[in-house]
Design a protein around this ligand. Structure first.
Ligand code: HEM
Length: 393
C-alpha cells in the first residue's frame, strides 16, 4: 500500500490511538470482514466493542485458564503424545480452535474430533480471506472458497448456536459467557443483520486462532534457540513468570500482523506530518517493536532479560494499542505481574501455558525433519514445525 509509513514506537502508539484514523487492513477482505468489529469506526465501533467487552473479563479468563483450558487441552494433546511427535502449527490450530470457538460462542459436540476439524478447515479459509493483502495466492480463488465456507459455517455451526441461545433466553435461563450470547441478548438494542452477525462470528474465530497458533510456534522456536543448555531449560520450568517473560519477548519480535493499516477519515496530522482525508498510513508494528530508542541497542534480538522502560509492555505493540486494542490480550498474554500479584496465583496466558506444556513433554526439533516457513503468505510464519516428544509428562 502506498502512503505514509510509521516505524517508530512512539509514532505507532500515537497512530493506533488517533481518533481520525480508521481501520484499513481488511478493505480487500470484505467478503469475510465487512462490518466486523475490527473494521468499524467511531460510535459504531465503540457501541459494538462495549457490548462484546463483557465476555473478556479478568475473572472469566482466570477460570478459563485454570479449569476449561486444561480440560480441552488434554484430549487434543493425547494423540500427539501417544505418537511421540507433532507438527506444532497443526497442534496450535487444533488447540486454539476450541479456545476461540468457546469465546465466540460456536457450539461443537465436544467428543467429535471430526467436527472440530471441519470448523478448523473453515476458519483457515476465513483467515486467508481476511488477510489477503498478505497472500501469495489468487484473490478470486480465495474469495470463491470464502463464499462457500461462509455458507457451510452457517448451516453446520452458526444456526444451531444462535437457536440454542435464543431458546435459553426465551426460557429466562442463563446464557453462556460468549460473544454470540452477548449479541443475542442485545438483539433489540443492537440489532445485527444476519450476514453481519455471520461475519462477526467468522472474524472472532479466525482472529484468535490464527494469532494464537502462530505466536505459540514462534515462542517455542525463540525460546528453544535461546535455551541451549540445561540450566536455562530448568529455569523455564521452575520459574513460570520467567517463561511468561520469554513468551512476551517472542511476541514483541513476531507481531501476528507485521503491520496495521489505517486511513484518515478527515484532514488531520500524524507524527508531525499532514494527512488528507482518505490518505493511507502503514503502521509498521514489526519495526516499532524493534525501536532501539525504546528496547535498547539489541532490540532485534531475543533477550528476555532486557530492561524495559517503565510503562512499556514487554510484548510491545503486538496486541495493538488504543481504539482497536486486542480483546484477547489478557487471555493469551496473561496478566503482567506487579507488586499486587506477587502472592496470588498468576494468570500466565494461554500461549505461555501451551509452551510450558510442550517443554514439560520434552518437545524438541527433529534432526531429519526441520521446520519450514509458510510460503502462502508474506507474513513470516512457520508452515510446518515438526517436534518429537522426548518425555511425556
Ligand atoms: C497471541 C495472540 C493474539 C495476538 C498477537 C493478537 C493481536 C491483535 C492485534 C494486533 C489487534 C489490533 C489490530 C489493529 O489495531 O488493527 C487485535 C485485535 C483484536 N483481537 Fe487479538 N490477538 C490475539 C489473540 C486474540 C484472541 C484469542 C481473541 C479472542 C478470543 C482476540 C480478539 C481480538 C478482537 C476482538 C480484536 C478487535 C478489537 C477491536 O477492533 O476493537 N485476539 N488482536
Amino acid at each position: 500500500m502506498t502512503g505514509i509509513e510509521i516505524t517508530t514506537f512512539n509514532g505507532a502508539q500515537a497512530a493506533l490511538k488517533h481518533p481520525d484514523l480508521a481501520q484499513a487492513l481488511y478493505d480487500d477482505g470484505k467478503l469475510v470482514m465487512e462490518d466486523a468489529l475490527i473494521t468499524l469506526h467511531g460510535a459504531d465501533h465503540a457501541e459494538r466493542r462495549a457490548a462484546e467487552y463483557g465476555v473478556f473479563n479478568r475473572r472469566f479468563f482466570r477460570t478459563y485458564e485454570s479449569e476449561t483450558f486444561p480440560r480441552t487441552l488434554r484430549p487434543v494433546m493425547a494423540p500427539y503424545l501417544a505418537a511421540g511427535q507433532a507438527d506444532l502449527v497443526e497442534l496450535g490450530y487444533r488447540v486454539t480452535m476450541n479456545l476461540t470457538a468457546d469465546f465466540a460462542g460456536i457450539d461443537r459436540d465436544e467428543d467429535s474430533i471430526e467436527e472440530t476439524e471441519s470448523l478448523l478447515g473453515l476458519v483457515k479459509i476465513f483467515s486467508t480471506g481476511a488477510t489477503q493483502v498478505h497472500t501469495t495466492q489468487d484473490p478470486d480463488e480465495i474469495n470463491r472458497k470464502v463464499a462457500v465456507a461462509l455458507e457451510e459455517f452457517e448451516d453446520r455451526f452458526l444456526s444451531k448456536s444462535i437457536a440454542r441461545r435464543v431458546a435459553l433466553r426465551s426460557e429466562g435461563a442463563a446464557l453462556p459467557n460468549d460473544v454470540l450470547s452477548m449479541l443475542v441478548a442485545r438483539s433489540e438494542t443492537l440489532p445485527l443483520a444476519p450476514d453481519v452477525l455471520r461475519r462477526e462470528m467468522a472474524f472472532y474465530l479466525q482472529a484468535g486462532a490464527h494469532s494464537t497458533a502462530n505466536s505459540t510456534t514462534h515462542a517455542f522456536h525463540e525460546i528453544g534457540t535461546w535455551a541451549g543448555d540445561d540450566t536455562k531449560r530448568a529455569r523455564l520450568l521452575e520459574d513460570p513468570l520467567f517463561l511468561q517473560r520469554c513468551v512476551h519477548e517472542s511476541l514483541r519480535l513476531h507481531p501476528a500482523s507485521p503491520v496495521a493499516w489505517r486511513k484518515a477519515t478527515r484532514d488531520t496530522a500524524i507524527d508531525n506530518r499532514p494527512l488528507r482525508e482518505g490518505d493511507r498510513i502503514v503502521i509498521n508494528l514489526h519495526e516499532a517493536n524493534r525501536d532501539t530508542s525504546v528496547f535498547g541497542a539489541d532490540a532485534d534480538r531475543f533477550n528476555p532479560e532486557r530492561d524495559l522502560p517503565p510503562s512499556i509492555w514487554p510484548f510491545g505493540l503486538s496486541f495493538g494499542y488504543g481504539i482497536h486494542a486486542c480483546m484477547g490480550r489478557g487471555l493469551d498474554g496473561g496478566i503482567l505481574p506487579d507488586a499486587r500479584t506477587t502472592d496470588k496465583p498468576v494468570q500466565l496466558g494461554i500461549v505461555t501455558l501451551l509452551v510450558k506444556t510442550l517443554i514439560e513433554n520434552g518437545a524438541a526439533l527433529m534432526a531429519d525433519n526441520p521446520p519450514q516457513p509458510d510460503t502462502t503468505t508474506s507474513r513470516s510464519n512457520w508452515g510446518t514445525y515438526p517436534v518429537q516428544f522426548e518425555r511425556a509428562a
